[in-house]
Design a binder for this molecule. Structure first.
Ligand code: RB5
Length: 157
């Protein structure tokens, strides 16, 4: 059961178009509004273009949560985590999906369409949407890495 109905912004590259459509159908079924930031065809594209779009919309607060998908999920994770305030979690199993919310307050779920089958990916999405952040000591830990700021602001301790 998906309780959180906050709108989700999604992005993918050509390797993940099919999985993005499957996830959109799931979110529609759950009455969760979706903004699709592309890509919209199987033509080869560069994953950072879509990772940057989605991560910027989450970093700015326009969207509370996003979902990014590429072939492995690695490129999208690397891209999204460059943004201050973005906590993107590449999940390939249900335990990590739940923990990425409980302990890390992940605000972007990343999936690898060439790694994770559709059935498992949809279960990961449901778990990730339904699991609340536990706060407390986990917030203090997030605060520690938030203090690193952006690369330009960073001072080596
Ligand atoms: C595209 O071929 C592939 O490199 C991309 O989808 C992703 O896996 C990058 O990390």
């Amino acid at each position: 059961m998906v309780e959180n109905k906050s709108p989700i912004v999604m992005g993918c590259d050509h390797a993940a178009l099919g999985l993005k459509e499957e996830i959109k159908a799931l979110l529609k079924e759950k009455a969760i509004p979706v903004q699709d930031a592309g890509t919209h065809s199987l033509d080869s594209v560069d994953y950072p273009d879509y990772g940057i779009k989605v991560a910027a919309m989450v970093a700015s607060g326009e969207f509370e949560r996003g979902i990014l998908i590429c072939g492995t999920g690695l490129g999208m994770s690397m891209t999204a985590n460059r943004f201050a305030g973005v906590r993107a979690a590449l999940c390939t199993d249900l335990f990590s999906a739940a923990m990425s919310r409980k302990h890390n307050d992940a605000n972007i779920l990343v999936l690898g369409a060439r790694v994770t089958g559709v059935g498992l990916a949809l279960e990961i999405v449901k778990t990730w949407l339904d699991t609340p952040f536990e706060g407390g000591r986990h917030q203090l830990r997030i605060d520690k890495f938030n203090r690193l700021g952006t690369p330009a602001e960073r001072k080596t301790p």
